[in-house]
Design a protein around this ligand. Structure first.
Ligand code: ARG
Ligand code: MN
Ligand code: MN
Ligand code: MN
Length: 302
């Protein structure tokens, strides 16, 4: 099997510099060799270069910050992911901030229209242009993928709102905005917060999540993993840490269990920010990012 690594040094979906260095650190830590060690053929033609659209020619649209830059980058990422996926390769996108998932999931759905999404995160990232407080688009990709914005924003018209509410499931949520809670209720999207992880245990939660989104285990799976789903004691170097998160093992269990389905077709690892916290924290966060990817791509404990 071929994994096509899409390195996305991009931070325009949120204000904290450094998250664009995430993919560079992950690759420098040896992630690609580690995948070769798991018998993957690894295809990597360098980190993607994005034409810089500066703040001066990218004023906010409503509350949305850096809207043209985010849109352009995600559109190009969507094409790259679609291209790899249509060749039967598994796109592994290294972020970068989570706005990139607007691109990666668009690419996956273009290649695999019946795919479902498993979104691992402290946050729901489903704010609309109306509900967002921050204006940071990394808190909104799901709303674009689902077409939840009441007004169409011409700059984002390339996004095909093809993601249906019963084709996405969340695990790990614990910092969901009021407007997002309302959207989750109205759309009926299934979400397993940390409350459910505590109540049922991670094994049962993953099983229930899969039963919901992929009952016959015949749909392709796109796994979008925001490293801030993990507890900050496990993954400290990330822009919007929230305490009370997944343990090291819970995070890895999710990846292992999804790999075991045999349905994984695309993987995102997002929001590693090597500019935040001390050197040990950065090393720890990069290492845990690499090991999550290995688990999702077939590394077993025995
Ligand atoms: N809900 C907040 C917002 O919309 C935080 C989003 C954090 N997202 C992330 N991908 N880390 O701004
Ligand atoms: Mn490529
Ligand atoms: Mn998050
Ligand atoms: Mn996220």
């Amino acid at each position: 099997m071929t994994a096509s690594v899409v390195g996305c040094p991009f931070s325009g979906g949120q204000p904290r510099l450094g998250v664009d260095k995430g993919p560079i650190h992950l690759v420098e830590a040896g992630l690609l060799d580690q995948l070769v060690g798991l018998d993957w053929k690894v295809n990597f033609d360098g980190h993607h270069q994005f034409e810089e659209i500066t703040a001066a020619n990218d004023p906010p649209i409503g509350k949305l910050k850096n809207p043209r830059f985010v849109s352009k980058v995600c559109e190009s990422v969507a094409k790259v992911v679609e291209g790899h996926a249509k060749k039967g390769e598994l796109p592994l996108t290294l972020g970068g901030d989570h706005s990139l998932a607007m691109g990666t999931i668009s690419g996956t759905l273009a290649a695999h229209p019946d795919a479902c999404v498993i979104w691992i995160d402290a946050h729901a990232d489903i704010n609309t242009a109306e509900t967002t407080d921050s204006g940071n688009i990394h808190g909104m990709p799901v709303s674009f993928l689902m077409g939840l914005n009441s007004q169409t924003i011409p700059e984002f018209s390339w996004v095909n709102p093809a993601l249906k509410p019963d084709r996405i499931v969340y695990i790990g949520l614990r910092d969901v905005d009021q407007g997002e809670k309302r959207i989750l209720k109205e759309t009926g999207i299934k979400a397993f917060s940390m409350h459910e992880v505590d109540k049922y245990g991670i094994g049962k939660v993953v099983e229930m999540a899969l039963d919901h989104v992929n009952p016959k285990r015949d749909r392709p799976i796109h796994l979008s993993f925001d490293v801030d789903a993990l507890d900050p004691s496990v993954a400290p170097s990330t822009g919007t840490p929230v305490r009370g998160g997944l343990t090291f093992r819970e995070g890895h269990y999710i990846c292992e269990a999804i790999w075991e389905t045999g349905c994984l077709v695309a993987l995102d690892l997002m929001e590693v920010n090597p500019s935040l916290e001390d050197a040990d924290s950065v090393q720890q966060t990069v290492a845990v990012g690499c090991s999550l990817v290995r688990s999702a791509l077939g590394e077993t404990l025995l």
